[in-house]
Design a protein around this ligand. Structure first.
Ligand SMILES: Cc1cc2nc3c(=O)[nH]c(=O)nc-3n(C[C@H](O)[C@H](O)[C@H](O)COP(=O)(O)O)c2cc1C
Ligand code: SF4
Length: 431
């Protein structure tokens, strides 16, 4: 019995060769779907499997597909391979190691929603992977697994790759669609959502690479089999990208519902410094900071349990922070990232991340006043709920949770220090 469902190349290193993938059951599911199932039946199997999107929001995949507007034509599928969240590096391993399972997943999603064209949108730095995928797509076409009138069914499908230019915001699905259309990658106002108004204004499904890679096994082995993994509400396996102060950072494919403790200590080999865990960021830089209590360490990593700790599972980029790290320093790093990546389309995010960067620089540098911390909290609260897309919300998660849950790291140390800085303006505008 294989240990892996997604990272199967770790057991079969040549799985990135078409003939090897086919020897291991590859394209059985796609053939079965196209020759013996109606598109709605494929959607139904995925719905019953309980598969939830692995790109961050955990939205039920089958349900998303059923929102496709059947009256409008054509339909598109876009595979989100932007993978720009700091701490996330799972899609890259999947596309490099097990590319045909991913591409078969794209094909199954396309068949289910009636798309004859699918796009794989990759971050610009993945140009080598895009080249490899182009080669794999050509091999599939030559083998009659892509192209016109597949298996004599009348169904046709073509897959194309597209490289972004290196902007984190292009991972947000509507900014990605704008970018695919050749426009500036900035989010659209929603609604309408992509299943009714997507690429070129047509019904479009956007799914993450890992989400899509689950599909061949679900269609081949069935929804009930898939549900034997994970928890009732979060079925299946997840690739957890583990990083930070651990001995063995890397990707770990485990059932959803595995505890933080098991991931960190059994798989990740414990902390590299031999110190204690201070905080956990379960969703990369976009994450609220979890205080690493014994209870938190024993919490299952799934879409229902992580929110009980005041955070989200997101794309499961688990960053471990040991007790040598200052949270004031950490939030300065996350804010710096969001300030750099803010697309500038809406004011609270564009201006707010700018001011948060200035304030966290002062606070991290130690020359902080109580007013600086209060002002930072105020600026973050001004961003909250007022942005056009989730990037603005992501930018304040670590800030507000950090100030609230790690108060000691934001203390004003001495009254002399406070006096020294209180005569200066609390924020200095630059350029
Ligand atoms: C700022 C921002 C960046 C995002 N980056 C990614 C990304 O790199 N990869 C991804 O799959 N989803 C990303 N998402 C989520 C996508 O908008 C979308 O929800 C996801 O691709 C849907 O796929 P799923 O249903 O399979 O999870 C991002 C969202 C936001 C707001
Ligand atoms: S929240 Fe930020 S990234 Fe999103 S649209 Fe507004 S300015 Fe752009």
């Amino acid at each position: 019995m294989s240990k892996y469902l997604l990272l199967r190349h770790r057991e079969v290193p040549t799985l990135n060769r078409l003939e090897v993938y086919r020897q291991h059951g590859g394209f059985q599911a796609f053939h079965k779907a196209v020759t013996s199932m109606q598109p709605d039946q494929v959607t139904e199997v995925v719905k019953v499997s309980g598969l939830r999107g692995r790109g961050g929001a955990g939205f039920p995949t089958g349900m998303k597909w059923s929102f496709i507007d059947k009256k409008a034509w054509p339909h598109y599928v876009v595979a989100n391979a932007d993978e720009s969240e700091p701490g996330t590096f799972k899609d890259r391993e999947i596309m490099e190691g097990n590319p045909f399972q991913f591409l078969e997943g794209v094909a199954l999603a396309s068949y289910a929603v009636g798309a004859n064209a699918a796009y794989v949108y990759l971050r610009g730095e993945f140009w080598q992977i895009a080249g490899q995928l182009d080669q794999h797509i050509a091999e599939m076409e030559a083998a009659g697994l892509l192209g016109d009138n597949l298996f004599g069914s009348g169904y046709s499908l073509h897959i194309y790759t597209h490289l972004g230019a290196g902007a984190y915001i292009c991972g947000e699905e509507t900014a990605m669609l704008e970018s695919l259309e050749g426009k500036l990658g900035q989010p659209r106002l929603r609604p309408p959502f992509p299943p009714s108004f997507g690429l070129y204004g047509k019904p479009t499904v956007v799914n993450n690479v890992e989400t899509l890679t689950n599909l061949p096994l679900i269609v081949d082995r069935g929804a009930e089999w898939y549900r034997t993994y994970g928890t009732e509400k979060s079925p299946g396996v997840k690739v957890f990208s583990l990083s930070g102060n651990v001995n063995r950072p890397g990707n770990y494919e485990l059932p959803l519902g595995t505890t933080f403790r098991e991931l960190i200590y059994e798989h990740g080999g414990g902390l590299s410094s031999g110190r204690k865990v201070k905080a956990i960021m379960p969703a990369g830089a976009s994450s609220s900071l979890i205080v690493a209590t014994e209870q938190a360490l024993d919490t299952p990593m799934d879409y229902e349990s992580v929110p009980s700790l005041g955070a989200q599972l997101g794309s499961a980029s688990i960053i471990i922070v040991d007790d040598s790290v200052s949270i004031a320093w950490l939030i300065n790093k996350t804010v710096h990232f969001f300030k750099h990546e803010s697309c500038g389309k809406c004011t609270p995010c564009r201006e707010g991340t700018f001011w948060m960067q200035h304030l966290t620089e002062r606070i991290e540098g130690g020359k902080r006043t109580r007013e600086d911390v209060e002002l930072l909290t105020d600026v973050a609260n001004q961003i909250k709920g007022k942005c056009l897309c989730a990037l603005g919300e992501f930018s304040i998660e670590a800030v507000l949770s950090g100030i609230d849950r790690f108060k000691g790291d934001f203390e004003v140390k001495t009254s002399a220090q406070q006096l020294e800085v209180s005569s200066q303006p609390s924020v200095v505008m630059q350029e």
